[in-house]
Ligand binder design. Structure first.
Ligand SMILES: Cc1cc2nc3c(=O)[nH]c(=O)nc-3n(C[C@H](O)[C@H](O)[C@H](O)COP(=O)(O)OP(=O)(O)OC[C@H]3O[C@@H](n4cnc5c(N)ncnc54)[C@H](O)[C@@H]3O)c2cc1C
Length: 426
């Protein structure tokens, strides 16, 4: 049985390890922290006893790789899948503007949803549809130097169209200001969501805490195939001779006797373990943050699963029954603020949009993820590395590798599957 060491127990590492286990490889997975899941995990809040996520994660129908992975590990029933696209955007004073598809006459049902979307003015609907029908025709070459903002302006999208739709979608997907995000990556996201069939655009939410949703199932699946997990155990260095990784030095021991190694850790961590052998010297990635605020409610009066806020620093509010989960993406300007100031900002927005008073809340929890996502700027998108490396038995996975997708679960799962295939097909 050929042996593979997987470094990193985020979703990319778990995906690689699962696909390899399925194909008969023996896995040893090393994870530096005491938990699996990396940037997508949950834990039980001590005060309330409620499982909460480090940040609300949204999947979509176009997460084909993720859905395949969930099926493999037997976790597909842990997902709550919309029957059709249904988004509730909200303006100030609790004015709800639904964007909902009905029927199955795809793609005309998408166009009908836009025509019924009350946040757009009539002439804007035409501008929107005109641009929408052209998206598929844009090639990577047309877009490679443009930011999302420049692309939208070129396509005559108004300030209101940008605020009421494009910006909310782009910031959720790319986690950065549209003036910095690559149009090429955004076009890939739009093509995946809107041009891959009727179900690609539906939203999917984890039905349980994230760790329960997929980490536990991954462990069960991989161990059932003879794999082992070691955590917390941090890889410090890879010893290389004649272009081959011979030894892995961790903070606990040295490991040898493996056939292949998959690194499924972020770029900054990979550079550290490669040290003088780092072959990605040209690639520098910057990161952007996500701020999550869980508001525990005395009584829940919200009747929708989630809301998208138009023109607010708070982009999404998820209704998790016992608590609301507030998401602030691209949160660098808020992340350094003290908790009291952050909660003040959030409550202000909740008051403006939902007439919500402080007295409705029994407690709150703020979670800051400083390096939530790499920034998909035009400087980095063409430099992302593939799974193969100059070292014969070393392969790369991680959401930042060359999947064409932004920093998402789908990118991480895909990278893991691609790295696994690179080994399986040797
Ligand atoms: C708050 C938040 C909200 C998000 N929302 C969404 C969303 O709605 N939809 C979506 O699709 N995506 C979302 N994302 C992005 C998504 O979580 C990430 O893209 C994905 O989890 C990245 O997975 P990964 O395995 O590539 O990397 P990571 O999750 O970073 O995993 C890397 C793992 O490697 C370990 N590690 C690092 N160095 C070492 C070492 N030297 N030795 C051993 N182990 C090491 C780390 O501890 C970590 O567990 C969100 C992220 C955050 C933070």
């Amino acid at each position: 049985m050929r042996k593979v060491v997987v470094i990193g127990g985020g979703i990319a590492g778990l995906s690689a390890a699962s696909f390899l286990s399925y194909s008969g490889f023996k896995i040893k997975l090393l994870e530096a922290s005491p938990k699996l899941g990396g940037r997508a995990y949950s834990y039980t809040d001590k005060e309330s006893g409620i499982p909460i996520d480090n940040g609300q994660h949204i999947f979509m129908g176009c997460y084909f790789e993720t859905l395949k992975f969930f099926k493999l590990i037997g976790a597909e029933h842990n997902l709550s899948v919309q029957s059709h696209l249904s988004l509730n955007f909200v303006k100030e004073n609790f004015e709800i503007c639904p964007l909902t598809t009905s029927g199955s006459f795809y793609p005309f049902n998408l166009l009908r949803a836009v025509l019924n979307y009350s946040a757009f003015l009539p002439y804007e609907k035409l501008l929107f549809i005109k641009f929408f029908t052209k998206i598929y025709l844009y090639s990577n070459n047309d877009l490679k130097k443009l930011t999302v903002f420049e692309w939208l302006i070129k396509e005559k999208q108004t300030v209101n169209l940008i605020k009421s739709f494009w910006e909310i979608l782009a910031v959720a997907a790319l986690n950065i200001d549209i003036k910095r995000a690559s149009a090429k990556v955004f076009a890939k996201v739009l093509k995946e969501i809107f041009f891959r069939g009727n179900n690609a655009s539906v939203l999917i939410l984890p039905a349980l805490g994230l760790s329960e949703t997929y980490c536990e199932h991954s462990v069960k699946f991989i161990t059932s195939k003879g794999g082992d997990f070691f955590l917390p155990e941090q890889v410090i260095r890879l010893n290389i001779q004649n272009n081959i990784i011979r030894e892995i030095i961790t903070n606990k021991r040295s490991i040898s006797g493996f056939d292949y190694v998959i690194s499924a850790i972020p770029l900054y961590a990979f550079k550290k373990i490669m040290n003088e052998n780092n072959f990605l010297t040209d690639l520098q990635m910057d990161y952007s943050s996500i701020l999550t605020v869980h508001l525990f409610l005395k009584q829940n009066r919200f009747d929708r699963t989630f809301y998208g806020l138009i023109d607010s620093p708070v982009q999404w509010v998820f209704n998790n029954q016992s608590h609301l989960t507030i998401v602030i993406s691209n949160a660098d300007k808020f992340i350094k603020k003290p908790g009291a100031e952050i909660i003040e900002i959030v409550l202000n927005e909740m008051k403006k949009y939902f007439h919500m008073g402080k007295n409705e809340i029994s407690a709150y929890k703020i979670i800051k993820e400083k390096r939530a996502a790499f920034i998909p700027s035009n400087n980095v998108v063409d430099k992302r590395p593939s799974a193969r490396t100059p070292f014969k038995n070393l392969f790369l996975a991680g959401d930042w590798t060359d999947t064409g997708l932004p920093s998402t679960i789908e990118s991480a799962v895909k990278s893991g599957r691609v790295a696994a295939d690179a080994i399986i097909n040797l």
